[in-house]
Write a protein that binds this ligand. Structure first.
Ligand code: ACO
Length: 333
């Protein structure tokens, strides 16, 4: 599903992120399961990840990230009209985590809801809110990717527990003023024939959690890593190429590519296929691992605040996750 820039342009006016304090290193994981810093680093690029405290929920991390994004955008919480949170680890099945965040921020005039599109959720939220703003339904939106993946990780499974972490990232979208940036093109896609490659089997209506299946870890993430890897490279490349082409850009016009932070080998393969040099590809997975919907949102904020791109320059974000789902966005900052 794709779109080109519509009449009312929409810009990203502010970004924010939040990472829990607790750092879990590869060396610590090697005590928990049969793994090593060498294996994790060489296969994934991850060195450490953040783990939320016991009483720290997805909504708490989302609220911290949102406050930073609002502050940077110079926007008061009461002026926010729409809040969309992308998460697969909501505080509660219902109400939506976005409702808790609305209350915590004091954004009492905002409509708030969650979407579930795994690692692709933040860019799904970007496309949805961009369209709702450009159609005139809302003047602005606060979009947030937030996850407490440590709560759905099987800490006995070395094939997954080394990959995931917790955190949140946020962005404020609003109508562009003349001379400001613009979300130039967006793309998103889904292949529901591949749900079995990456999922949490229990906890929904198909398999409600019982004591027995909780002991079998059915409430945690399972993944066929090698299969997911192949699809990730192909789909992310295609999605990125579509938004680059629709935005009328060439590889040399892109100041920064911000990919989903799942695996350095996937990121390198995509940079190579897009013909964008590695120094223009933003990577922070060494510090945080894969934080699903939060990953690209945290990376966007860190890239922005570290000066990886400037006003007027073009960036491309591209993501991939369970579903399978994928999405991309080309933005002139
Ligand atoms: N430490 C040591 N050995 C390990 C570990 C570990 N942590 N994990 C697996 N191994 C072993 C395996 O058991 C296997 O051993 P065997 O050959 O004796 O059977 C061997 O290492 C190779 O395992 P593979 O699974 O083939 O390793 P691979 O090189 O494919 O790397 C990985 C696995 C890192 C998961 C990779 O496939 C990957 O990154 N896949 C894509 C993940 C992704 O992009 N996910 C997208 C979104 S996630 C989301 O939506 C929440």
């Amino acid at each position: 599903m794709s779109e080109v820039t519509s009449a009312i342009e929409v810009c990203i006016a502010g970004t924010g992120s939040y990472l829990p304090e607790r750092i879990l290193t590869n060396a610590e994981l090697a005590i928990l399961v049969d793994t090593s810093d060498e294996w994790i680093t060489s296969r994934t690029g991850i060195k450490e990840r953040r783990i939320a405290a016991e009483g720290e929920f997805t909504s708490h991390m989302a609220t911290h990230a949102a406050r930073r994004a609002l502050e940077q955008a110079g926007m008061a919480a009461e002026d926010v009209e729409l809040i969309i949170i992308a998460t697969i680890t909501p505080d509660t099945p219902t109400p939506a985590t976005a409702c808790y965040v609305q209350q915590a921020l004091g954004a009492k005039n905002a409509v708030a809801f969650d979407i579930s599109a795994a690692c692709s959720g933040f860019l799904y939220a970007m496309k949805i809110s961009k369209r709702l703003i450009s159609d005139g339904a809302f003047k602005n939106a606060l979009i947030i990717g937030a996850e407490k993946l440590s709560s759905v990780t099987n800490w006995d499974d070395r094939t997954t527990c080394v990959l995931f972490g917790d955190g949140a990232g946020a962005a404020v979208l609003r109508r562009s003023e003349p001379g400001e940036g613009s979300i130039l093109a967006t793309e998103m896609g889904t292949d529901g024939s591949l749900t079995h490659l990456l999922n949490i089997p229990g906890g929904g209506t198909a398999c409600p959690i019982t004591e027995a299946n909780a002991n079998d870890h059915l409430h945690t993430l399972t993944m066929m890593g090698k299969e997911v890897f192949k699809h990730a490279v192909n789909r992310m490349k295609e999605a990125a190429e579509k938004v680059i082409s629709r935005a009328g850009l060439q590889p040399e016009d892109i100041a920064c590519v911000i990919p989903h932070q799942a695996n350095l080998r996937i990121i390198d393969a995509i940079a190579d296929r897009l013909a964008v040099p590695n120094e223009r590809v933003f990577v922070n997975l060494d510090k945080y691992g894969n934080t699903s919907a939060a990953a690209v949102a945290i990376a966007l904020d860190e890239a922005h605040r570290s000066g990886a791109f400037k006003r007027g320059e073009n960036i491309v974000m591209v993501v991939f996750g369970a579903g399978l789902t994928w999405a991309a966005a080309a933005v002139r900052w």
